[in-house]
Design a protein around this ligand. Structure first.
Ligand code: F3S
Length: 389
């Protein structure tokens, strides 16, 4: 793989041991995937931020690093709201370790915005090269924005953040962004009932069939928030990092010709209906991926004049919560709680429940394994009804 003179110096240890290690990670990755060179990135988003997922060894590794990031960089959600952790039911010992993780990242120059929706906080444009590691953020950046990132692991995103470059392979190359399978969704129409256009449920089904291929969807007209749900669900039940939606996503016109003649998967309204169950739950959690300002508004509207009767958690990025304070206050008037920095999957706070209702295909896939609780999916209207019944 070609390295410029500066990259060579970093690799030879002239800019310190940490940078050398980080360059070694990028060079090893580049060699495995046949990258010809590195490409400069505009931003990085680093996973491996919750103490629940990285534990003692991950923390010690982070504390051993000595460098600063070269590009704007943020973190994935951590295990707690940094201010309301006690109210969430987080143990002080966990909170202390979690703060140590954040201190280690702060020392590296990473901004302590802990979110899976970094695209709500900083401008990310069509064609930007990125190194993001949260799967739902990766699929949104690639598909909805038209930016370019592979699905990075925490260490490779951190390495790219410190070097300011990533190996130029995979989804960074236009020729690798062509659709590989066609997905037709039949009967997706809100007039048939809200479940038929529940994009978390559609994505849950589609991801299982598509696996790690690039799907080209037709028969749907999702909003940006619905595209977010669709992508996150496919990234969880499959390993989708990019999808196109006919006449909706920015690269669909570029590739609509390539979509003809591909294997076709059909998703019917009845199958979508079958993803929904009616198991008893003892908590409700929404905001996976983190809520947009419009989603917070919608929840506030649905909760107006109501009082919650079981724990109702809503998750959003710190920047989004703070710039929508009135909406957040309106939500919390009902007794529901809005938490920033964290989520229902990476926080140990959710482990005390036996069954959790979510409105997300991704949470439906991850809650059982990560929280040890059963999961049930519903529309946002159904989630609010369950939390206030
Ligand atoms: Fe985000 Fe947590 Fe869901 S990281 S995508 S809210 S599992």
């Amino acid at each position: 793989m070609y390295l410029d003179a500066d990259d060579e110096k970093i690799l030879n240890g002239e800019y310190g041991e940490t940078r050398q290690k980080m360059m070694e990670i990028l060079v090893a990755l580049g060699k495995v995937f046949g990258a010809e060179r590195l490409v400069p990135i505009k931003s990085a988003q680093v996973s491996g931020a919750s103490y629940k997922t990285i534990g003692k060894w991950g923390l010690e590794w982070l504390q051993s690093l000595d460098a600063r990031v070269a590009v704007p960089s943020v973190l994935n959600p951590i295990g707690m709201d940094r201010e309301k952790w006690f109210e969430m039911g987080i143990e002080p010992a966990f909170a202390e370790r979690q703060e140590e993780v954040l201190a280690a990242y702060r020392r590296l120059g990473i901004k302590l915005e802990c979110t899976c929706t970094p695209y709500y906080l900083a401008i990310t444009d069509y064609g930007d090269h990125l190194s993001w590691s949260e799967s739902s953020a990766v699929v949104y950046a690639n598909s909805v924005i038209g930016a370019r990132t592979n699905r990075e692991g925490g260490p490779s995103a951190l390495a790219a953040a410190i070097i300011g470059k990533t190996p130029f392979y995979g989804l960074h190359l236009v020729e690798n962004r062509k659709p590989q399978v066609s997905v037709v969704v039949e009967g997706c129409d809100p007039a048939r009932g809200l479940r038929s256009d529940h994009f978390g449920a559609i994505g849950h089904l589609a991801g299982k069939e598509v696996g790690n291929r690039i799907p080209f969807f037709s028969g749907i007209r999702p909003t940006k928030d619905q595209l977010k749900s669709l992508g996150a669900a496919m990234a969880a039940s499959g390993a989708v990092a990019l999808f196109h939606v006919d006449k909706i996503t920015p690269e669909s016109r570029v590739f609509s010709f390539d979509a003809g003649g591909l294997e076709t998967i059909t998703i019917e309204a009845q199958e979508v209906e079958e993803v929904f169950s009616s198991i008893e739950v003892d908590a409700v959690a929404v905001g996976c991926p983190h809520c947009s300002p419009a989603e917070l508004e919608r929840i506030a509207g649905l909760l107006r004049g109501k009082t919650v009767t079981k724990p109702f958690f809503i998750f959003a990025a710190r920047g989004v919560v703070r710039s929508n304070r009135e909406t957040v206050d309106a939500i919390e008037k009902s007794g529901a709680r809005v938490y920033e920095d964290t989520c229902m999957v990476v926080s140990p706070a959710m482990e005390r429940f036996s069954a959790i209702m979510v409105d997300s295909g991704k949470a439906l896939a991850y809650v059982p394994g990560m929280c040890g609780a059963a999961a049930r999916i519903g529309t946002i209207e159904e989630c609010v009804a369950e939390a206030t019944s």
